[in-house]
Design a protein. Structure first.
Lengths: 288, 317
């Protein structure tokens, strides 16, 4: 019960601090821009001066879709960092917590309540924006991603992973430091994913290993790649797998030619649960 | 502390004690904040915890509420180990730094506290309104906390402490942001709580505040209790000053029978065990041949005693 009270308080804070309205505006603007871009792509493919084949147009639509969902993924990650970093540290710094924790509220309930509140916002945001963007792609260029549900789920898990890490950092670091570290981890993980592709391209096992280690330490990029993989047209994937398209695609952060192994997804679940458990453990030992 | 440890210690707070601390010490790194603190607060009394800033008052409160762990020693609140969740259900706390989420209204802040205190949903709105009215915010509960003055925010913290029918209310410097009228309101509130049988633990460095409402006090200095008892006991023995003619040896002997005799020319001073014995003292002086010109009886000064204690000139319980 106290978990829900804290979760409700977290949601109300995001609403009162106008995070919701900002997210809605960003979504609408971005969906409108992407619709414009897709419409231009449609004209270039099927208009009187068409210069692309239908297959190229489909690949272009998928790439644009991936690009915009990457932007949404970035917004989610930054929202997770911006909202998660002060979730505990900010309340501690403001002196709000002693009065609340003097109530019959367990420390774990506070952490889990914050997590639930933030998770609800991230999941709803990703589900709505992704659904809108997928719908726009379908309506304007007739492109239907092969596995939209898995792609959206992957983006959700990516957001939950970076939010959980931020919450853990927030139990020990200042809000500012927690935000900086979490944002850095997110971008380093993404860069490591690109580096892994480069490692494959230049046949550097060390670079590939380093990227794999980073993917396990901060699994956000692995989930992003899962989302991308499930948004791409089957034909492009077949071409990539049959090495009919350029090998340089391996280093393209907006193209993924292979699914992640199942063990990775199990690891991500364990990772998120472990990070939340660590946040609970850390906060339980913190002087308030 | 485990339940087994509580049972083994045998000191785990009797029903008569709202608060009990035994040998509690707290260190921050190498810095001692509390040093072997032992004291108790009886149920139903208003207990004043006096000491200068930085003496360890707030650290003690935080240990009692489970916000901070003691480095050693044992503490109980309402018969349960300090920090115990069931005990916290019956404790109201107004912290020294009364901060509330500024994006909530006063009523919403109390709504959150009411939910966390486990109040039934049906009765929460009424309980919140009663608490607001009790601290003089009945008409302002709908406003955002960000628009409250400091005094209003402190009143809101007091209202939060009153929610959930607490058996123990811990007030940490509860009048620091209040004007004289607000201070009077808090005094009346404390007296009302005592009338309802609620134990009040009042942390304060304001002697006047403590003197007006407390049944018993403890004085803390540099993390150690230097005095604990009723206000009368703490004040020390009352004193009578007498000016007379013919203060010869027989008169001085007569005075000495009532207590230690001192001299503040042209007065003689006598420390009395009981202020009611002044007429007997005067009669004894006259019987011994002394001619009494003036007599002044005065109770012991709490302020003098406190300053003496805080400067390290006194001790004991």
């Amino acid at each position: 019960m106290s978990v829900l009270t804290v979760a409700g308080l977290t949601l109300r804070e995001l609403q009162r601090r106008r995070v919701f309205i900002v997210m809605v505006v960003i979504t609408l603007v971005t969906v409108a821009l992407s619709g414009w871009g897709l419409h231009a792509l449609y004209n270039a493919s099927f208009g009187p001066h068409a210069s692309f084949s239908p297959g190229e147009a489909r690949f272009g639509a998928s790439e644009e879709l991936v690009l915009f969902l990457f932007m949404f993924g970035g917004v989610v990650a930054l929202t997770a960092v911006a909202a998660g970093a002060p979730a505990v540290a900010g309340d501690l710094e403001a002196g709000v917590l002693p009065a609340l924790l003097a109530r019959p509220l367990a420390r774990w309930e506070l952490i889990v309540g914050k997590w639930v509140g933030l998770a609800a916002v991230l999941v709803v945001y990703i589900a709505v924006t992704s659904a809108l963007e997928l719908r726009v792609a379908l309506s304007i260029v007739g492109y239907a991603a092969p596995h939209p549900g898995i792609a959206v789920l992957s983006l959700c898990v990516e957001g939950l992973a970076i939010m959980s890490l931020t919450l853990l950092l927030s139990t020990r670091l200042s809000a500012m430091a927690a935000g900086v570290v979490a944002a850095a981890a997110y971008f380093v993980a993404w860069a490591a994913g690109v580096s892994g592709g480069v490692g494959q391209l230049v046949h550097s096992p060390h670079l590939v290993e380093a990227a794999t280690v980073m993917k396990l330490v901060v699994p956000t990029d692995g989930m992003w790649r899962t989302a991308v993989f499930n948004l791409e047209p089957a034909l492009a994937l077949q071409g990539a797998q049959a090495r009919l398209v350029g090998a340089g695609l391996a280093a393209d952060p907006f193209f993924v030619s292979q699914a992640q192994p199942t063990a990775f997804y199990i690891w991500v679940g364990v990772w998120i649960a472990g990070v939340v458990a660590l946040a609970v453990w850390s906060f339980a030992r913190r002087e308030v | 502390m485990t339940a087994a440890a509580t049972a083994a210690s045998g000191a785990g707070g009797t029903d008569a004690d709202a608060v009990r601390l035994v040998g509690v010490s707290k260190r921050y790194g190498r810095m001692p904040a509390l040093d072997d603190l032992t004291m108790h607060v009886r149920r139903g009394e208003v207990f004043g915890f006096l000491g200068p800033n930085g003496a360890g008052k707030t650290t003690t409160v935080r240990i009692l509420l489970g916000l901070t762990a003691a480095s050693s020693g044992e503490a109980w609140v309402l018969g349960a180990p300090a920090g115990d969740r069931r005990a916290r259900r019956r404790v109201g706390y107004a912290p020294e730094l009364f901060r509330h989420p500024p994006w909530l209204s006063g009523r919403e802040v109390l709504g959150v506290h009411a939910a966390l205190a486990g109040l039934p949903t049906a009765g929460r709105a009424d309980a919140v309104q009663r608490a607001l009215e009790r601290v003089g915010l009945g008409e302002r509960g709908g406003e955002r906390v960000s628009g409250y003055s400091k005094g209003m925010q402190q009143r809101l913290a007091l209202a939060a402490a009153l929610l959930g029918e607490p058996h123990l209310v811990v007030l940490d410097e509860p009048t620091s942001a209040l004007d004289p009228l607000g201070r009077r309101d808090v005094r009346e509130l404390i007296r009302a709580l005592k009338g309802e049988g609620v134990t009040v633990f009042l942390n304060s460095h304001l002697l006047s505040e403590v003197e007006l409402v407390c049944d018993r006090v403890a004085v803390i200095r540099r993390g150690r209790i230097v005095a604990e008892g009723t206000l009368d006991a703490l004040r020390g023995r009352p004193e009578v000053r007498i000016r007379l003619e013919g203060a010869d040896a027989s008169v001085r002997d007569a005075l000495g029978a009532f207590g230690p005799v001192g001299e503040e020319a042209p007065w003689l001073t006598v420390g009395l065990a009981d202020i009611g014995r002044v007429p007997d003292l005067v009669a004894a002086v006259v019987a011994a041949g002394g001619r009494v010109q003036a007599v002044e009886a005065r109770a012991g000064s709490l302020e003098d005693r406190l300053i003496e204690l805080l400067q390290g000139g006194g001790g004991g319980q």
